[in-house]
Design a protein around this ligand. Sequence first.
Ligand code: NAD
Length: 252
Amino acid sequence: MVRQQHERHGDRVALVTGAGSGIGRATALAFARSGARVVVADIARPSGEETVSLIAGEGGSAVFVPVDVADAASVEAMVAAAVAHYGRIDCAFNNAGILPVKARTAECSEDDWDRTIAVNLKGVWLCMKHEIRQMLAQGGGAIVNASSVAGLKGYALTSPYVASKHAIVGLTRTAAIEYGPDNIRVNAVCPGAVMTDLVRGLGTSVQSLEGRPMARYAEPEEIAAAVLWLCSDEASFVTGSALPIDGGLSAQ
Ligand code: NAD
């Protein structure tokens, strides 16, 4: 097992949704490398189980829990399964998200709108609802929600995505205010373009990054590092933040 120097999440339990791919998988692996026991939650069983195998292959501890974050009963069952397996949830990364079909606002279908909002926004709220109840019972915890640079700026052709990611920032700030007194910190990360299946699905070309301050994609590990820091004691006074990890894109 390649352990990080300080094992700063040793003895902690970390729950990651959408952990079968991309940023979620990189974060699940990073949590395991820093000593945490990891609940790998995803709607796709094969890729979620593959993440568990990768962690186990490095000597870490992880369990797969199937979930559709848009479904209230499924999210409640995910949190119950996590607690049944590991006893608590110290860190939660609410990361599962989807992109709608590209369309201008007036051409976006109602189905696309509803599913994007259901997974990206209602999903984060449902996860927080049940994670917070557990964290209140155990005396605290840290939550990170996956927003996006699209939660800070508008982007053409993705109105339900942009709306969901802006709303996640508001939801994060509100929960941070509400649960600060309960020793629960709530933050959001706002990644720029990260080379994952989600972006590959767009068919985005490398040329489209020209003119950006750092003209490259982020590695999923660069987002994972920020999530681990936000969940760590080093970030003990950080709550309600929406942290851009975007190579300066939102500064433009
Ligand atoms: P990805 O497509 O590689 O992985 C997403 C994972 O979520 C998949 O494993 C998928 O099976 C799972 N998932 C989808 N719907 C689900 C559901 N209803 N319930 C449970 N799991 C579900 O995507 P990614 O690029 O790693 O993105 C992860 C998060 O980061 C998303 O919220 C995305 O919006 C956000 N983000 C990504 C980028 C980027 O450039 N890749 C930039 C900013 C923000």
